[in-house]
Design a protein around this ligand. Structure first.
Ligand code: BTN
Length: 236
């Protein structure tokens, strides 16, 4: 059954981070289910693993909070991958063919267009998405120049809903749906995992979103890591 998300949107000119703002409110006891916090710019935008997400005016920056209907269903591994897959489906409807670089990068024409950040807090999933639109993308990135920002905001929310619905209703199908948009498929990858590195050939994901890597020593599953290089040696 689809998640019944009653979207409520609050927009701000400037926030430190839409993700941090929703987290703060949730931790303060506010009822945030269905709340979307949007900002024109963020001064301390957050990426995965404590990285900074540059958030100048012109981009799309928003976070949605969804209460888990059957805890810990939304807290399982794979939420960011599932949302990224939903994002690819939503943007395909506008003729934009996104690829997902495991686990949470949204690529367009081989370059990073945006990213997904998920956090499970107090029985809620916080889903933050940033997309380059009219802002200057970071080096090596790409933007949806000329796109209507409101249209992008809407496509992102549709993508989050599609991704979470598919993941909750048919969790076993995630590997197959990911395969259709997998930017790393069958390429040589080098990953930072914990204190070490994993080298090998990327071979899709498991149902819990872990990356499968065929290494010289045999198959390895990477639950959490960072792609350092892939394919022709492109930086991760
Ligand atoms: C990544 O690629 O590492 C994930 C980037 C997620 C950025 C978005 S922008 C809206 C929301 N607020 C944040 O501070 N981060 C997310």
């Amino acid at each position: 059954m689809p998640l019944a998300i009653a979207f409520r949107i609050e927009s701000f000119d400037e926030l430190a981070s839409t993700q941090s703002e929703l987290r703060r409110r949730l931790e303060a006891g506010e009822a945030v289910d269905g709340l979307v916090v949007r900002a024109t710019r963020q001064t301390q935008g957050r990426g995965r693993r404590g990285r900074t997400w540059t958030s100048a005016e012109g981009g799309s920056y928003q976070t949605l909070a969804v209460r888990d209907p059957a805890p810990p269903a939304l807290g399982r591994g794979g939420s960011a991958v599932a949302v990224a897959v939903g994002m690819a489906a939503a943007f395909a409807g506008y003729g934009v063919r996104l690829q997902v670089k495991w686990p949470n990068d949204l690529h367009y024409r081989g370059r990073k267009l945006g990213g997904v950040l998920t956090e499970y807090v107090r029985g809620h999933l916080l889903v933050g998405v940033g997309i380059n639109v009219a802002n200057e993308p970071p080096e090596g990135g790409i933007a949806l120049r000329g796109w209507d920002l409101e249209g992008v905001h809407g496509a992102v929310l549709a993508g989050i809903q599609a991704g979470l619905d598919g993941w909750l209703d048919r969790p076993g199908e995630l590997p197959q749906r990911f395969a259709a948009v997998d930017a790393l498929a069958r390429t040589e990858v080098r990953l930072a995992v914990g204190d070490g590195e994993v080298h090998g050939r990327a071979a899709g994901i498991d149902a819990d979103g872990a990356l499968r890597v065929e290494t010289a020593e045999g198959p390895v599953r990477v639950r959490s890591g960072t792609v350092l290089a892939y394919g022709d040696g492109a930086p991760g």
